[in-house]
Design a protein around this ligand. Structure first.
Ligand code: HEC
Ligand code: HEC
Ligand code: HEC
Ligand code: HEC
Length: 186
């Protein structure tokens, strides 16, 4: 949460552009179902997306924010994003036993949750919680959570908004995600 606030403050003075490249979906080391694979990534500056070393057709909505839908053959692939002198790489397997699930499924565009504000990538609504509430009934998700609304407000502290291999689209399996903030044995 502190990191999110800090990122927001830094974005205000344009320092966020220094953040290293990152691939947001799929998740490294996961298996995806055959068919079209959605790649979502970011790099500090104009970005290039490559699969197995070859550049792929992509959409760059605002400098550094890219996504693509690619058809991949069964087997292991390397996905890379680079830009502004920074590079991130992940490995994904296409085939049976898929564990990575895109969130939300279907033909949902980035603009369901995002908008470009002051030439920077931002959320469409004031907070992550209001973005999520477009589709998730607050009354239904609150009972599944034990935290107060301060902690709950930053959904991405525990969930991956673009897709995950863990149950309930968590960042990591429940036992591990809790330990990012709590050090008691669970
Ligand atoms: C279901 C809602 C949702 C959809 C759809 C969505 N995002 Fe996001 N995205 C989020 C949330 C929530 C965050 C976290 C924002 C934060 O940390 O303040 C985020 C963060 C990001 C970030 C910043 C991550 C970082 O670490 O800097 C990028 C880049 C991004 N999304 C790109 C995309 C692209 C491109 C698409 C379309 C292919 C997309 N998103 C679709 C909800 C969504
Ligand atoms: C455009 C509509 C839409 C938005 C916006 C949206 N979701 Fe979802 N979400 C879905 C759909 C549809 C599913 C069910 C399919 C699935 O599990 O992928 C789902 C599933 C989930 C699940 C798993 C539920 C389960 O029982 O396993 C979680 C957790 C979740 N969303 C969290 C979020 C968070 C956090 C946000 C905000 C960053 C968000 N969602 C925004 C449509 C949406
Ligand atoms: C502190 C971590 C944490 C935060 C923050 C958090 N969640 Fe969750 N969420 C969880 C866990 C853990 C589960 C899974 C519970 C289970 O199935 O065991 C979950 C489950 C869900 C589900 C599935 C609900 C169900 O009834 O099974 C939805 C939808 C969801 N979260 C949405 C959100 C939204 C929207 C936000 C932000 C407003 C949010 N979560 C913030 C940890 C968190
Ligand atoms: C983003 C950091 C963060 C994550 C991740 C997180 N917690 Fe917490 N948790 C807190 C904070 C801060 C408090 C104290 C304030 C409150 O109650 O909301 C707390 C309080 C609690 C409490 C109340 C008892 C106590 O010790 O104060 C429980 C139970 C709890 N968390 C369980 C969990 C579980 C289970 C998970 C994993 C699904 C989890 N938390 C993940 C930050 C987090």
């Amino acid at each position: 949460m502190v990191a999110a606030r800090l990122a927001w403050l830094l974005a205000g003075v344009g320092l966020l552009a220094q953040d290293p490249a990152v691939i947001l979906a799929p998740v490294d080391g996961t298996t995806v179902a055959p068919g079209k694979v959605r790649i979502v990534a970011r790099a500090p500056g104009k970005a290039t997306l490559a699969v197995d070393g070859k550049p792929v057709a992509m959409t760059e909505t605002v400098a550094g924010v890219v996504h693509a839908e690619v058809e991949l053959a069964a087997g292991k692939h390397e996905v890379a994003v680079s830009g502004g002198g920074s590079e991130a790489k992940i490995s994904v397997t296409v085939g049976a036993g898929a564990n990575f699930r895109v969130h939300p499924p279907g033909l949902v565009g980035c603009d369901t949750c995002h908008a470009v504000k002051n030439e920077a990538w931002a959320l469409k609504r004031a907070t992550p919680a209001t973005v999520c509430a477009q589709c998730h009934d607050r009354a239904a998700f609150v009972p599944a959570h034990t935290h107060n609304t301060d902690i709950l407000a930053d959904c991405q502290n525990c969930h991956l908004p673009h897709g995950s291999a863990a149950k309930a689209h968590l960042q990591k399996p429940k036992e591990t995600v809790c330990k990012t903030c709590h050090n008691w044995p669970l």
